[in-house]
Design a protein around this ligand. Structure first.
Ligand SMILES: NC(=O)c1ccc[n+]([C@@H]2O[C@H](COP(=O)([O-])OP(=O)(O)OC[C@H]3O[C@@H](n4cnc5c(N)ncnc54)[C@H](O)[C@@H]3O)[C@@H](O)[C@H]2O)c1
Length: 384
């Protein structure tokens, strides 16, 4: 159902394709857009496509939504949609992203930006051919602590960089009785498995800092190979559960600094624990969402070495009504990511952190493809 409407032209009108876990989070971010105080562009969710009627029913409670459909082509044909957010299983990314771009809409694409490297590269060809504004979803850099880590990596006195670690750990898959879903099947999630699910989150900050590994050695583990199918039987669970990617990057005067990207679905006790650590000979910094407002910085003076703990507040890139001493969470950083997308699209990023670019998404896929090859061959592999 769709009916005509004359919206304020200064408002960006968003349509969602895929109203599951992430589609609903996006609705929540737009639902309190008024909390943003230094972004003079409005954004509202106007249309949603999902195959599942119960999903569409949920969106009926969102007052700005005026177009609900089971056929995503109707969102693309809707002249009142400026930007499309796609939050779909990975095997659908390439086809739907290409359709969005052919329809003349801008796109916030979900990671991993295509099911594999080939798909990611073809999506970029389509972006170049259509000239649309496209970014890839990745919200962790919008945490206040992440912004501090990025500043520190660029300007801090680290000395010689010893090692870099970026990791994302989950644990719900430890339970073998957890039923199968599309994220645990190669045909829907991709051969890269957990790297497709969690990898962009560990790749984004290193890539933005210019730390793309030149060579990687990967250890991929599959711990459970079948799961309950939800109908009394068992189904093959054929994706990688955990991935350790050992890479090396040139940083400062060091040619081959070890950098490890960890993505794990089976990490005992971890619930969406994302962390980053940069260790150097005179300085260092580390942050984990397991201690959401705690930033640690390292300093060595002569023989004296100390980690300093600092409580962080709400120092997000885009200012909001939330008090500076309060702590941010997942819904906040998703809204920050959306603010960055909307601002950059309008040329109003003004030096603030921008969303992951298509080039960064392709670079992450190049690392994951090399990781697959490394695991198969048992050798280190150059990254394409
Ligand atoms: N940025 C993040 O932190 C984050 C977190 C989780 C998932 N994701 C990504 O978001 C995307 C979606 O993941 P999710 O967890 O929301 O999945 P989900 O399974 O919860 O939701 C997917 C939705 O897509 C719908 N769908 C499937 N095929 C469709 C079609 N042809 N047309 C319209 N709708 C269709 C399904 O009915 C479902 O509601 C994936 O790319 C995933 O990697 C990102």
């Amino acid at each position: 159902m769709s009916h005509s409407h004359s919206p304020d032209p200064s408002t960006v009108r968003v349509g969602i394709i895929g109203g599951g876990l992430m589609g609903k989070e996006a609705a929540s971010a737009f639902g309190r857009w008024f909390a943003l105080t230094d972004l003079p562009i409005k954004a509202e969710l106007v249309a949603v496509a999902d195959l599942a009627e119960p999903v569409l029913d949920w969106f009926r409670a969102v007052p700005t939504v005026r177009h609900l459909t089971t056929d995503y082509h109707q969102i693309l044909a809707d002249p009142e949609v400026d930007v499309v957010y796609c939050a779909l299983p990975h095997h659908l990314h390439e086809r739907v992203y290409n359709d969005v771009l052919d329809a003349g809409k801008d796109l916030l694409a979900e990671k991993p930006f295509g099911i594999d490297l080939g798909a990611a590269r073809r999506i970029v060809e389509k972006i170049e051919a259509t000239g649309r504004f496209v970014r890839c979803s990745s919200e962790f850099p919008f945490l206040p602590a992440s912004q501090r880590v990025i500043d520190y990596a660029r300007t801090g006195d680290i000395g010689r960089v010893i090692e870099i670690v970026c990791a994302f750990h989950h644990s719900s898959d430890l339970n073998p009785d957890k039923p199968i879903n599309w994220k645990r099947q190669v045909k829907h999630c991709g051969e890269i498995g957990v790297m497709g699910d969690l990898g962009m989150h560990v790749a984004h900050i290193p890539l933005r800092l210019g730390w793309k590994p030149r060579r990687v050695f990967a250890q991929l583990s599959q711990i459970w190979s079948e799961r309950p199918d939800g109908h009394g039987g068992m189904a093959a669970c054929d994706t990688w559960d955990n991935a350790l990617i050992h890479g090396e990057v040139a940083v400062g005067d060091r040619e081959a600094v070890p950098m490890r990207w960890e993505t794990k679905r089976l990490s005992p006790g971890a619930t969406n624990t994302w962390f980053i650590e940069i260790h150097g000979t005179t300085g260092g910094i580390k942050y984990s969402t397991a201690e959401p407002k705690t930033l640690w910085t390292f300093r060595r003076e002569g023989n004296t070495q100390a980690w300093t703990r600092e409580d962080l507040g709400f120092g997000t890139p885009f200012k909001t009504i939330t008090g500076g001493i309060f702590e941010p969470g997942f819904p906040d950083i998703l809204q920050q990511m959306w603010a960055a997308f909307i601002a950059e699209r309008a040329g109003q990023l003004n030096g603030r952190f921008g969303c992951a670019t298509p080039a960064e998404a392709v670079a992450s896929h190049e690392v994951f493809a090399a990781a697959l090859e490394s695991h198969k061959s048992g050798r280190a592999v150059d990254v394409g």
